[in-house]
Write a protein that binds this ligand. Structure first.
Ligand code: UDP
Length: 330
């Protein structure tokens, strides 16, 4: 089959390209490299089943052409990362809403199946855990930047489901919870790559708030396996699926575990939220997915635990010998 991946040079998109090619499919990547990197797809350059276009998914004529050549579309192009959202709210809202409009409209012309990547951010401040796909979304006020991201992705979901309902477009929405692994950059504030780079550089590990907030981290290879399986499964169209891990850890404990995995003697500092982000910043105390739906549909569960994930990220950061000396500029 032929797959189009918007955002295919990004962290998750490039792993998805790897997995689809491994499964014997053809892949075309559309990415404007705004947050992705050509390095993430360079290893496929000589693969006859792989091709790419460096351009924005906001370009309707181009998306129309690429959609025509594909059997299935994965729409992953988005502005992601809490820091980017707080710093560039206009770009975040416009990218997330407009590109999704373009992709859905073009896919609809030929009724091509589309996967829309959404996020656990849409659950907002909800406290009824674990989060179920049919549960309420609880967002904060419009003057706080973070909620603009959640709202823009929720609007993507509404639009995708509306296309399915009104125009019978085959769409699937995946709500991705915290996803980590090799190639993720700490530049936009994601906690695991930031902590790993800080630990490897011997710099202080920066825990925001008091570190009691908890998250569940899923390995990107597990996530892309779910993405691939979803689009070859019957009866998934018009539905929303949580994708993530249920192994919870506090951010403070995570800092200790990263330090251990990296065999680092970095100190662990706490940084007030208003210094890390902006005054009035609101964080989620906990975020756990209910996986019953995806497990029931695909038999999917994550296979990698946090210990294995951290070892993998530390190993890949060491191998990349990356810009550890600029770690923390996130
Ligand atoms: N965080 C942190 N230090 C950092 C980056 C993030 O303590 O250098 C915290 C952040 O405030 C949040 C958690 O780690 O509570 C996860 O942050 P991330 O941006 O990775 O994902 P989120 O779950 O907020 O979308």
């Amino acid at each position: 089959m032929r797959f189009l991946i918007t955002g295919g040079a990004g962290f998750i998109g490039s792993h998805l390209a790897d997995e689809l090619l491994l499964r014997g499919h053809r892949v075309h990547v559309l990415d404007d490299l705004s947050t992705g990197s050509i390095e993430h797809i360079r290893h496929h350059k000589d693969n006859a089943s792989f091709s790419y276009t460096i351009e924005s998914a906001a370009s309707a004529p181009l998306v129309a052409e690429l959609v025509d050549e594909a059997d299935v579309v994965y729409h992953l192009a988005a502005a992601v990362g809490v820091e980017l959202i707080v710093e560039s709210p206009v770009r975040t809202i416009e990218t997330n809403v407009h590109c999704t409009e373009v992709v859905l409209m073009q896919a609809n012309k030929k009724k091509k199946p589309v996967f829309i990547a959404s996020t656990s951010e849409v659950y907002g401040k909800g406290e009824t855990l674990p989060f179920r796909e049919d549960g309420d979304l609880l967002l904060g006020p419009t003057h706080i930047g973070r909620w603009a991201y959640a709202c823009s992705k929720a609007l993507d979901e509404y639009l995708a489901l509306a296309y399915h309902h009104e125009k019978q477009l085959p769409v699937v929405v995946g709500r991705l919870f915290n996803t980590v692994g090799p190639r993720q950059t700490g530049r936009y504030g994601m906690v695991v790559p930031s902590f790993v780079r800080q630990a490897l550089a011997g710099r202080p590990i920066t825990v925001y708030g008091d570190g009691t907030q908890r998250r569940c981290f899923c390995h990107v290879e597990d996530v892309v396996r779910a993405l691939c399986d979803l689009m070859v499964t019957d009866d998934v169209y018009g539905q929303v699926f949580n994708i993530g891990s249920t192994e919870e850890v506090s951010v403070l404990e995570l800092a200790h575990r990263v330090r251990e995995a990296a065999k680092s003697d970095s100190q662990i500092d706490t940084v007030p939220y208003e210094d890390a982000y902006e005054p009035g910043f609101e964080d989620m105390p906990r975020r756990i997915p209910d996986l019953a739906k995806i497990e029931g549909t695909l038999g999917w569960r994550p296979t990698r635990d946090l210990a294995g994930i951290l070892d993998d990220v530390v190993r890949s950061e060491r191998e990349a010998g990356t810009d550890v000396f600029t770690a923390g500029v996130a």
